[in-house]
Design a protein around this ligand. Structure first.
Ligand SMILES: [Zn+2]
Length: 232
C-alpha cells in the first residue's frame, strides 16, 4: 500500500490537472470568441450538416492571430481570426476552410478532443508515476527516461489521430459533394506559406504530420473508396 501511494497521488494529480485545464480552456474560448456568420461558409456548412444528418454545424471565431483550427474538449469547433482573415483576403477558399472544419469535426466525432485533454493530464500522471518507479531502479535519470517514454507515446497517439481526422474529413467532404480537392490544396498552400516565411509556420500545420504523407494517405483512402477526386 505504501509503495502504491505515490502512484495514487500521481493519478489524483492528473485528474485535478484535467479538470482545471478543461475549465480554463472553456473559459478562455468563451471570453474571446464569436460565432461565425459568413453566408458563403454557412451554405457549405449546411451541406455538410445535411450529409451528417444533423441540424447545423456551429463554428466559432477565436480572436487570435496564429493560423489554426481547434476542437475544444466540450466539442465546439473554432477557427482563429488569423485563419479566417486568410479566407477574407482570398488566400484560402471557402471550401478549403470547410475542409479544416471537417477535420476538426473528425476530432470531435472520434472522441479525440476530449481524450487529448485527458491525455495531457494522464501524461503528467504517467510521467510522475513512471519516473518514481524508474528512479528507484536507475537513480538520477529515472525521470528523464520516464519523460522520453511518455513523449514518444503521446507523439504516436496524436499522429494516429491526425490521420483519422483527415480520413473523416475526406469522407464528409465527398459526401457533401465538395470532394477532397480543397483538403489537399489547403495543405499545399499552408506548406508554401511555411517555406516563404521560415519560422512563421502556421500552428495548424506544425501540430500535424508531414504534408506529403497526409496527401498520400488521403489519396490511398480515395483509391480504397473508389471515388473520383473531382466528382461533385
Ligand atoms: Zn488535427
Amino acid at each position: 500500500m505504501i509503495k502504491l501511494t505515490p502512484i495514487l497521488l500521481a493519478v489524483l494529480y492528473g485528474l485535478l490537472v484535467y479538470r482545471f485545464s478543461a475549465w480554463r480552456t472553456a473559459r478562455e474560448l468563451d471570453s474571446r470568441s464569436t460565432e461565425l456568420a459568413d453566408p458563403r461558409l454557412r451554405t457549405i456548412l449546411a451541406r455538410m450538416a445535411k450529409a451528417l444528418d444533423i441540424e447545423r454545424i456551429r463554428v466559432h471565431i477565436y480572436e487570435i492571430d496564429p493560423v489554426n483550427g481547434l476542437a475544444a474538449p466540450d466539442g465546439r469547433i473554432f477557427l482563429t481570426r488569423g485563419f479566417y482573415r486568410k479566407y477574407q483576403n482570398g488566400e484560402v477558399s471557402a471550401n478549403e476552410l470547410a475542409s479544416v472544419i471537417a477535420h476538426e469535426l473528425g476530432h470531435v466525432a472520434l472522441g479525440h478532443s476530449r481524450r487529448r485533454m485527458i491525455d495531457f493530464s494522464g501524461q503528467n500522471a504517467l510521467r510522475a508515476a513512471l519516473g518514481m518507479v524508474i528512479a528507484r531502479i536507475i537513480p538520477g535519470i529515472g525521470f528523464v527516461i520516464a519523460n522520453a517514454l511518455t513523449s514518444l507515446l503521446s507523439a504516436r497517439l496524436s499522429r494516429a489521430d491526425e490521420y483519422e481526422a483527415d480520413a473523416y474529413a475526406s469522407a464528409l467532404l465527398v459526401k457533401s459533394g465538395i470532394g477532397t480537392g480543397p483538403q489537399k490544396s489547403l495543405f499545399r498552400k499552408l506548406e508554401a506559406l511555411t517555406g516563404a516565411r521560415a519560422g512563421a509556420a502556421p500552428a495548424w500545420l506544425l501540430s500535424h504530420p508531414k504534408t506529403d504523407e497526409r496527401v498520400a494517405a488521403i489519396e490511398a483512402n480515395e483509391r480504397r473508396w473508389q471515388v473520383e477526386p473531382h466528382s461533385s
